[in-house]
Design a protein around this ligand. Structure first.
Ligand code: DGL
Length: 282
């Protein structure tokens, strides 16, 4: 059990978010737009990423540890800004923590609504693609559609490296997108939070006839709804909201990419130093 020694029903407390890496910032930027007054704490695991090929048991332990770190910072809600972690660990987290836990899942339902020819492509990590949760979403919302699943090992690393537009990145994207387009997909779902940072390249490669769906804005709006239900939206305040970022592993290169993706004042702090129990896990 993650122990919680404070009253989380306080609108002045921060919102936490976690991911394996910097991809979760694609969700966090939507959270920032939707909730301009909230303090935001982001913790990610660049030192052990990618998570996409890890076992479910490993991911559950990792997510519990990072969530425990956010709890030590007294958060009032956590956004699991990672499809892989949502698929593997969200139920465990919800069973251990009393406050709102918001996850992200591949947008099968919107895709089934938007497709014109009934063929949908899902781009995600190996873990998400093979998860029972994704199968459940397809069974529930993808009826009558031809749903093509594409695991994309290596794609998140392009974002982690800050390499958004190079020929190598385009080549990796072609490798995953071309087969889906050849099979007739007219709608592509970005099923990993890293991929929205490659959205312009993805749109170019897929072509203008293909609809590309990023669910992160919908996730931010769902978070707003949950905070409203709980009376946890922060009111008017005088000072600038706090934004802090931690990652495992090295922080210098990550600060460079973070500044590119967030703003030039952002600083990556060491999660290994802040929360040593993470270094204990192999
Ligand atoms: N950003 C993550 C997701 O949404 C995971 C990427 C990875 O670690 O493989 O699935």
């Amino acid at each position: 059990m993650i122990s919680l020694a404070y009253d989380w029903r306080d609108p002045a407390l921060p919102i936490g978010a976690l991911d394996s890496g910097l991809g979760g910032l694609s969700v966090l930027r939507e959270v920032r737009m939707a909730l301009p007054r909230e303090d935001l704490l982001f913790a990610c695991d660049c030192g052990k990423a990618p998570w996409g090929d890890r076992s479910q048991g490993w991911i559950v332990e990792r997510v519990r540890k990072i969530a425990a770190f956010l709890v030590s910072k007294r958060v009032k809600a956590i956004t699991v800004a990672c499809n892989t972690a949502t698929a593997a660990a969200i139920e465990v987290l919800r069973s251990e923590l009393p406050f709102p836990i918001i996850g992200i899942e591949p947008a099968v339902k919107p895709a089934a609504r938007l497709t014109r020819n009934g063929t949908i492509g899902i781009l995600a990590t190996t873990g998400t693609i093979s998860s029972p949760r994704l199968q459940g979403l397809i069974d529930r919302y993808g009826k009558g559609c031809n749903v093509l699943r594409m695991a994309c090992p290596g794609l998140m690393n392009r974002v982690e490296a800050g390499d958004f537009h190079s020929p190598e990145t385009r080549e990796v994207l072609h490798q995953f997108i071309d087969p889906l387009i050849r099979e007739g997909a007219d709608t592509l779902v970005l099923g990993c939070t890293h991929y929205p940072f490659l959205a312009s390249e993805i749109r170019q490669i897929a072509g203008s006839a293909v609809t590309v769906i990023d669910p992160s804005r919908a996730v931010a709006h769902f978070l707003v709804e949950r905070l409203e239900e709980e009376g946890l939206i922060r009111g008017i305040r005088g000072e600038e909201p706090v934004e802090r970022f931690w990652c495992t592993g090295e922080t210098v290169q990550k600060t460079t990419v973070l500044r590119h993706l967030w703003n030039d004042r952002a600083e990556m702090e060491s999660l290994d130093e802040a929360w040593p129990s993470l270094s204990a896990q192999a």
